[in-house]
Design a protein around this ligand. Structure first.
Ligand SMILES: [Zn+2]
Length: 311
């Protein structure tokens, strides 16, 4: 009779030890976060690209973190309990707005009274070119560097609200970062305008390039308007195949946060080449080719040049 009792005690002891270990771990991690929060303000962003822009302005004065990790599909993200724990420690949250984060209202209701700043505020939005989305704005304004400047101004205004003494510093950081954005704007203008006019046609999976196409003189076509409904239908595929053939587009592309399978099929059926995946709704990880927004622009531009230039 004693043996089974001892057997019960051992797992219980292991279990108690394990639970204590978990509590110790979680206490430790929250202590670390509290330290970060105590020493400097804590800004959360909905996705990696906003975090990168904000870090360029924050310097060492504000701790900035993205809720979602690199590679995450952002439109229909399902937030987790640990995201809610994180946001309760934040001093503010940055969202893109223009309908990008379909989950944000529910998230903010659960998060409580955290100041929320919409970084696309003040921009003139382009509409999603699809009957099903008539009148709705295209959310991907950061894809055009000159429009990202507005995001920078909005970040400065938000940071000054939580850290007024840092105003001069944030303005200087913003000035330097805007110079970099203007350089990218110039590079995009020079390289995209040097493509043969018939090649200036950007075919992607999601309609995320409207701002880039509009600002730099390209036409665009895509498999679906926004990732929140990225169903590939035979009709959409057939339409895109015809468009690629009719316009003799030699290379088409997809994005890193969605499957490129259907687009590769469009390429095969239309005779175009598949030119690779753009970074759009997420940066790459730190060791990938697009760990910052400036590098993202450069990487995408290289793919476009490689795919659409005359060889
Ligand atoms: Zn998107």
């Amino acid at each position: 009779m004693k043996f089974p009792r001892i057997k019960n005690i051992v797992p219980n002891a292991v279990c108690i030890f394990f639970i204590s270990f978990l509590i110790a771990c979680s206490t430790n991690s929250s202590y670390k976060s509290n330290n970060q929060k105590e020493s400097k303000p804590y800004a959360l962003t909905t996705f990696t690209i906003l975090a990168d822009i904000a870090k360029n302005i924050a310097g060492d004065r504000i701790y900035v973190e993205s809720i979602t990790k690199p590679g995450t599909e952002i439109h229909t993200y399902q937030f987790t309990p640990s995201d809610l724990i994180k946001v309760k420690k934040a001093d503010l949250i940055f969202e893109n707005g223009l309908g990008l984060e379909s989950w944000i209202n529910k998230f903010m209701t659960s998060a409580g009274n955290i100041p929320r700043f919409t970084l696309s505020n003040g921009l003139e939005p382009l509409e999603i070119a699809s009957d099903a989305y008539a009148g709705k704005p295209n959310p991907h304004a950061w894809m055009s560097p000159k429009r990202t400047i507005k995001y920078v101004d909005n970040i400065v205004n938000a940071f000054v609200q939580i850290d007024p003494e840092g105003q001069e510093f944030y303005l200087q950081q913003a000035y330097k970062y805007k110079q970099e954005l203007m350089k990218l704007d110039e590079q995009l203008r020079v390289h995209l305008s040097s493509l043969p006019s018939e090649s200036r046609f950007l075919v992607t999976c999601e309609g995320a390039f409207s701002y880039l196409a509009y600002d730099y003189g390209m036409k665009e076509a895509y498999l679906w308007p926004v990732n929140s409904e990225n169903q590939v239908t035979p009709r959409r595929m057939a339409n895109l195949i015809s468009k690629v053939k009719d316009n003799q587009i030699k290379t088409i592309f997809c994005e890193t946060t969605v499957s490129a399978k259907a687009q590769k099929e469009v390429a095969r059926a239309s005779g175009a080449a598949f030119g690779g995946n753009f970074f759009v709704d997420s940066l790459s990880g730190p060791n990938g080719p697009a760990p910052t927004l400036l590098e993202l622009y450069g990487y995408n531009l290289d793919l476009i040049k490689e795919g659409l230039s005359i060889k």
